[in-house]
Design a protein around this ligand. Structure first.
Ligand code: SAH
Ligand code: MG
Length: 199
């Protein structure tokens, strides 16, 4: 059963501190995929395959390409995807998303990897998006750190959160793209091209 595998993954993630999507954020994203009839998804940051599996289960004709740079997580994700019989619809790439070159276009690009690199992921993959597609970014609140930026004392954490804030500013002040922020899970941003929204 899928639900057993999903529960096992939640337990594994909890025990090994793998930052999989929060449940409410996951449900929100799956509803969004269903509502917008999204079929072809590129995910940056597979981890153990939790979000990829959940997204693939939205509909029988959803296909996902997901990139993971950590070999151990990649292997774990392969196992989980096989257990769910989703290996025909969920393809994994072991590699660094910052250096890969993909040619295909996707209905949705889900950015859920190294937080310091969100802007780079966005710039790198925006041309892999169909003209009326969506870029979804997870962890926009980063456990409340974004809101409490001024109070952060740890230098490294502050630098990282500063980069996330820069990305949020980039999304907020963009001529080409509109973004809506949702206070669900760890904060989710949904971005789409302005010219399409105006039609
Ligand atoms: N989307 C997953 C969670 C991903 S956690 C889920 O909700 O189930 C973030 C993952 O991104 C980590 O496993 C990390 O190894 C991976 N990652 C970070 N930077 C990356 C990069 N540049 N290329 C590929 N994967 C990256
Ligand atoms: Mg995340």
């Amino acid at each position: 059963m899928y639900s057993d595998v999903i529960k096992e993954m939640e337990k594994y993630a909890e025990e090994k501190s793998v930052p999989i999507m929060q449940k409410k954020g996951m449900t929100f994203l799956c509803k969004f995929i269903k509502k917008n009839n999204i079929k072809k998804i590129l995910e940056i940051g597979t981890a153990i395959g939790y979000s990829a599996i959940n997204m693939a289960l939205v509909d029988d004709d959803v296909t996902i390409v997901s990139i993971e740079r950590d070999q151990e997580k990649y292997i774990e994700a392969i196992k989980n995807i096989k257990k769910c019989n989703l290996d025909k619809r969920v393809s994994l790439i072991l590699g660094d998303a910052l250096t890969l070159e993909l040619k295909d276009k996707y209905d949705m690009i889900f950015i859920d990897a190294a937080k310091a690199q969100y802007l780079n992921f966005f710039e790198k993959y925006k041309d892999n998006l169909v003209s009326d597609g969506f870029i979804v970014s997870d962890n926009m609140e980063f456990h409340g750190h974004v809101e409490n930026y001024e109070k952060i004392e740890n230098k490294n954490l502050k630098a990282l959160v500063g980069k996330l804030k820069k990305y949020i500013d980039f999304l907020n002040n963009n001529d080409e793209y509109d973004t809506k922020f949702y206070k669900v899970g760890d904060g989710i941003a949904i971005t789409y091209r302005k010219d399409i929204a105006d039609e």
